[in-house]
Design a protein around this ligand. Sequence first.
Ligand code: SF4
Length: 409
Amino acid sequence: MTSNSPDGWTSTIMDAGQNIEWKNNISANVLLNPKLSSSVTQIIKKALKGDRISIDQALTLHDECDLPTLGRVAHVIKLARYDHNIFFNRNLHINHTNVCVLACRFCAFRRGPKADDSYSLSVDEYMTRIEPFSELITEVHSVGGLHHEWTIEHYESLFRATKNKYPDISIKALTAVEIQHLASLSDLTIKEVLKRLKLAGLDTIPGGGAEILVDDVREIICKGKESSSEYLAIHQSAHELGIPTNCTMLFGTVETIRQRLIHLDKLRALQDKTNGFQCFVPYPFLPDKSRLPEAQLATANEILRTIAISRIMLDNIPHIKSYRMNLGDNIGALALLHGADDIDGTVGNEEIMHLAGSSTPLNQFDDDLAKLIEGVGGIPVERNTNYTIFSIYGRQPPSDNRGLPLAHS
Ligand code: SF4
């Protein structure tokens, strides 16, 4: 944190709102389960000193530590960085097209160009989607399929039009594979694409498409998508051009626990070089009858365990998001006690997760979101896209008369 007022503060883009002395601030006051093995206890002590743990040590924690202890360790590390603050921003998801030349096996969203329900929003239609929310949001988050005809000029027009009309709305758009697709369709290098999009108004890049950064897994679940090293190289290029990005992990398909940890280790290694990742967003595969029937899926225990391990292992990525759109409100709230410090405050339409089976109510915003955060002991703090401006959200007290019948004893 770089400056403070009673209701808010600002930060640099590198500090991202955290206490940079967080490693000295971790409380040793974690109630350790006396039945834990000495190896688990040693690893926890190491993490609580702020020291980095290896893939093998993370695997031991994942497999041998009970969930309450693991969650508490992750939460203590989160408290050391952010105290009880829980961050959200107001964004609108617009999925600009569902037409995609690929067919990842987990994807419920993509359509072929000739499908009856395929769509591709024109620039005007895109602006019309923003209009009703323009006073509410600070960010538009846009990802979509790999359109067979849209070259870089389309996205330049889209971002320019958005910035011209809504200069205060930050544009977070295009996953790594969309950028790679654009480069190939437009006969440009990745860096040329990123430079032109930045000039047109692109502010940040979301983390989607990381899935699991192990090529054997990608071959099964998303054959044809960018490789692990290409995903990392695209994010590295963005970071080198001063474009902050997020990173994600889709888990619960066909990967092993070790492969999840290898994924985290690869993100951590890139972050050591570039320091350009702002937030890590882990989310489980949401199944249906038709896609990836062999997926192992993730239980609530597994989801919370994975979020906790992410916080403990990713010592250099500031924020861990509870992706409520995918986790649902109940597990989304619990994730805030297992290491997550950020939660999505999405308004309006979001199609990809909802087509994949999420039932989280949309338009649940402001007071309801604040209530969810306060319910787990958090302080709701609204942030901007880059985690440089923060303000504490003051919830309206509930009205006295809610019109509900009261039970009498
Ligand atoms: S996940 Fe993305 S790239 Fe893969 S099929 Fe769906 S829209 Fe296309």
